[in-house]
Design a protein around this ligand. Structure first.
Ligand code: SF4
Length: 332
């Protein structure tokens, strides 16, 4: 017999395009293992109905790695923990090279990331130069992820043609103080609001499997839905040695798939992207199941601090699932 929440979701999300609320998402996250195949099939139908069959491919590059003053407990780029990531800067020619290589995979998105609380003048000028050089060299959408912004910085990024800005809320508001103590969830929310008001696309997601309860996972999905981001990158904790969360267990694969589907049922129209941690959490079979359970975007290449897969493996996976890669012209 079909679980009642699946019948509800079929009508509300699949037919009407309205995301589930927090209480309903909790029901989804607590579905029995036997119901997971039906749940994934429904989430896949929702994705096809409201987003279409295309998959958005994105490459990311780190312009400034490590040595961040913040204390996000999952992050090996914090300078406050004994984690092995060293501080490093990338110059403009290297940024352009990475953008050209990303475009060659067929990706439509290239995101420049920096491990900082927020950008200083040096980083902003690097961005200005880098974005101009990339735009002169290759046809690709440029996104950025530089931490918390001031209004002036938001305006400048919009003016130089950054079309999407990533800033993750990371987790539910109620759990955030257990994850970060050097800034607040509300500070992150403020940056996201400014970004949206400036006309840039909003990319905002987080990490699951950090010790949050299922109710908090549902809360987080509901809070993301309230923000209405254009894209949600979904990471699964990959516990990094030397970080406060380094000893947490890897999330159970079925829980990860329930989470993928729940996020799709909360956000029927968003770009839901597999980001970090999927290899250790889901393996190849689980990754495939998630692509058929609501995911419609992937990151190719590295995940900043841990090696992702060879881009060709992901492109082969999409081909084997007969999922077309979204082209640049369609995403402008
Ligand atoms: S997640 Fe970002 S802000 Fe937090 S420590 Fe890592 S690089 Fe710094």
């Amino acid at each position: 017999m079909t679980a009642p929440i699946l019948a509800t979701a079929r009508e509300r999300v699949l037919s009407d395009g309205v995301g589930l609320g927090e209480a309903q998402l909790l029901e989804v996250l607590t579905l029995a293992d036997d119901d997971v195949p039906d749940l994934l099939a429904l989430a896949h139908d929702v994705r096809l109905r409201w987003c279409g069959p295309e998959v958005e491919v994105e490459g990311i590059v780190s312009v400034k790695t490590g040595g961040c003053p913040e204390d996000c407990h999952f992050c090996s780029q914090s300078g406050l923990f004994q984690s092995p990531v060293r501080g490093a800067w990338l110059d403009v020619p290297s940024l352009v090279k990475a953008a050209v290589e990303t475009a060659a995979t067929g990706a439509s998105e290239f995101c420049i990331v920096a491990a900082v609380r927020g950008p200083d003048d040096r980083l902003m000028s690097q961005l200005r130069e880098g974005v101009a050089a990339i735009k002169a060299a290759v046809d690709i959408n440029v996104a950025a992820s530089l931490g918390m912004l001031t209004q002036l910085q938001v305006d400048e990024l919009a003016a130089i043609g950054v079309h999407r800005y990533n800033h993750n809320l990371e987790t539910a508001r109620s759990y955030f103080p257990q994850v970060v103590t050097t800034h607040t969830w509300e500070e992150r929310w403020d940056t996201l609001t400014m970004v949206r008001d400036a006309g840039m696309e909003v990319c905002c997601g987080g990490i699951v499997g950090m010790g949050e309860s299922l109710a908090q996972r549902a809360e987080f999905a509901g809070q993301l839905a309230e923000l209405e981001p254009d894209e949600v990158p979904l990471n699964f904790l990959n516990p990094r040695p030397g970080t406060p969360f380094g000893d947490l267990p890897v999330m159970d694969g079925k829980d990860a798939l329930r989470t993928v589907a729940a996020f799709r049922l909360a956000l029927p129209r968003t770009i839901l992207r597999y980001a970090g941690g999927r290899e250790v959490t889901l393996g190849d079979l689980g990754t495939r199941a998630g692509m058929l359970g609501g995911i419609n975007a992937v990151i190719v290449g590295n995940y900043l601090t841990t090696l992702g897969r060879d881009p060709q493996e992901d492109l082969d996976l999409l081909a084997s699932l007969s999922m077309p890669v979204k082209e640049l012209s369609k995403s402008l």
